[in-house]
Write a protein that binds this ligand. Structure first.
Ligand code: PGA
Length: 252
């Protein structure tokens, strides 16, 4: 059975003490859920990873980074490597978020390197893909997403690919309050699973978790997660409020 995953992408938000409080509130809430039906990943700003890892120790929650360098080590001022994440017990890393692609010019080629580096250091990539509104309006959304996935992931061996989580995040839905309809999201998720079948076969595709992201919240999560190819969410704004994040976790 593939995993349901709810991952919180905090982006560049929260002070240190606010971050501590939010993690503690999430852990308290999770304690009250008999058996969560999803794995929970919290991705705080890099500066708080150590604190986050300490807080979640002995709990089922995992911690993820929001970005990492494609390089292994050396003279790359300001960067953080996959091996550093591994040494801090960080288990996941979001890669290729549309904000990284847009504001920091990340390319598919760089992302392919980041994916390699993450996997070589046992950090599980949450690989983001998604189209602009204009691309959807031009009927090109599936081609765009296919290209992003092929270019950054399809050099992997089947064993490597089996460790990748995909997050479909239509750019027009991120932080806008406009969510893809469950039907639009399902259509793209089914399409993505189809390309994975074509490359790696049905067994691996069936095991691949494909998350939806883009204004997913406490109100619409249930309807989205009910779709057969939507295996959870990558949550931005709603992950910053413990109650909303917990409601999303309970939406399976
Ligand atoms: P949002 O962000 O939930 O605030 O739309 C999702 C994301 O960017 O991962």
């Amino acid at each position: 059975m593939r995993k349901n995953i709810v991952a919180g992408n905090w982006k560049m938000n929260k002070s240190f003490s606010e971050a501590e409080t939010l993690i503690c509130d999430i852990l308290d809430g999770l304690d009250k859920i008999d058996e969560p039906l999803a794995d929970v990943v919290i991705c705080p700003p890099a500066l708080y990873l150590e604190m986050a890892v300490d807080l979640i120790r002995e709990t089922p929650v995992c911690i993820g980074a929001q970005n990492m360098s494609q390089f292994a080590s050396g003279a790359y001022t300001g960067e953080i490597s996959a091996s550093m994440l591994q040494s801090m017990e960080v288990q996941y890393c979001i890669l290729g978020h549309s904000e990284r692609r847009k504001y920091f010019n990340e390319t598919d080629a760089q992302l392919a390197q980041k994916v390699d580096s993450a996997l070589a250091n046992d950090v599980l990539p949450i690989f983001c893909c998604g189209e602009e509104l204009s691309e959807r309006e031009a009927g090109n959304h599936q081609n765009v997403v296919k290209g992003q996935i092929e270019n950054a992931l399809f050099h992997l061996t089947p064993d490597q690919f089996a460790n990748v989580v995909i997050a479909y995040e239509p750019i027009w839905a991120i932080g806008t309050g406009v969510t893809a309809s469950p039907e639009q999201a399902q259509e793209m998720h089914e399409f993505i699973r189809g390309i994975v079948v074509g490359k790696y076969g049905k067994a691996i595709a069936e095991e691949t978790s494909i998350l939806y992201g883009g204004s997913c919240n406490a109100k619409n999560a249930k309807e989205l997660f009910a779709k057969p190819d939507i295996d959870g969410g990558l949550i931005g704004g709603a992950a910053l409020v413990a109650e909303d994040f917990l409601t999303i976790i309970k939406s399976f």
